[in-house]
Design a protein around this ligand. Sequence first.
Ligand SMILES: [Zn+2]
Ligand SMILES: [Zn+2]
Length: 491
Amino acid sequence: MSGNDDAAKTAKIEVWWDMMDCPIPEGYDARQVRPSIEKAFTKRGYSGPVSITAYGDQIETPCHVLRALSSTGVAVAQTRSDSTRSVMYRDMVEWRGQNPPPATILIISDQVEGDLSWDLARLQQRTRYRLFLAYSMKPCSDRFLFRNANWRWGQLLEKEEVGTPPSLVAGGLSSAAMFYCKSCNFDCQSLKKFRKHLSSYNHGMEEAIISLDTRLVCVTKNWARNYPATPEHATAKILVLWNMKDCPIPDGYDSRRVRPSIEMAFKELGYSGPVSITAFADQKETPVHHLLALSSTGVDFAHTLPWVEYSRMVSDFDRWADDNPAPATVMIISDELALRKSHSSLICRRLQKFNYNSFLAYSVRPFEMPVLATSAEWLWESLLAVSETRRHILHKCSESERVVASTGMFSCKLCLCDCKSLDDFNKHLLIKEHTKEEKRIITHSQSFPRRQRLYKISNYHDEVGYPPKNKRKRKAPWNGFLPRSLRFTRR
Ligand SMILES: [Zn+2]
Ligand SMILES: [Zn+2]
């Protein structure tokens, strides 16, 4: 792991900068941009060579700024303002294709949120780069996109200005400084030529007639749903996190077939690594015969309540990730995690962070493509049917009606306690400490809508001012409920 880390820290750093979203402040020396960015990286231990491209409508950029930028090796790209975002993204995708990791990416823009972050999060799950963002007004608040930092553009420039004399200019025009016109596919190394090009008839015509697609092209949208295993994943471990409530065992289905079905589906795609399965649910509602049968096939049980199911899943995942670095595969069986928003963000961020391969199964095919970038997806029902056609393999197992002694683990994710047998587990679910913990979580979750409302009210007051001037000032009733930090934090 540390070897990978070292390589990442000295790897190249590529910067895509939207100059219109994040402009150079009035009076700021443009020659400081590069050293400021470099210092921000150095501070975090990244020492690789930095290349920066500044995008925007450069007709509006003063000559001395262009000169200053290029003198410090910042490349300048001409784009129509309305297509800067899509051109920048297209260039980044192309760069990724030519520059395999390890490498670091910095996107300086106010327009990362939305389809860009969705597509980027999926790209990052498949091929992981260190990702940094910077913004001036509008930070990307999509929680599913994992980034190493989200800098404020102003601060990024400000902090570094003090005490850093502009020294890079002495060498004159850097060899890295190129000028590009993205509308005409034109490039040169001379500012004079570039200005001349921008004011030329041909350029004007090109920008007027071409209908540059201003819409972002999401490259992961046409990714297939099932890929055969890559050599590195073929024999790697597979962790299965199964939400039994979303994807229950159908009536009459022999639950001893769950594990073989899952394993066979994996094998069909070339995955033969060891599979560990944990079933999450309020296990008091799971029929005993399912508990016995599943655990006899080595399925682990985690007892949770609906409100904490995903957080417990994620903490299980984290613990597993500590001991199992990539390559490995994580399978999520859940309807909720197949949704674009919702809890999937927690899992998605971790998949980007750890660079795992991922599978997904759901009871209903999601309407939108999930942000989880999967190598394989199944409908729960058809996944369970996989073993049906190959009954002979199961013959030995189904021969006897008697369930063998359990091999799976039972754990209560509310009290964080592990039980080796179903008997112990059942006993645990009845003890006072457990009941108390369960009650505490239920009470907490029931008060959630109320706390959420109070939080929103406090945000509203924060925006419009409180109390209204024509009313007598009195202590707000919500004062006692929310900690100060929550009351005045705006997201
Ligand atoms: Zn042009
Ligand atoms: Zn418990």
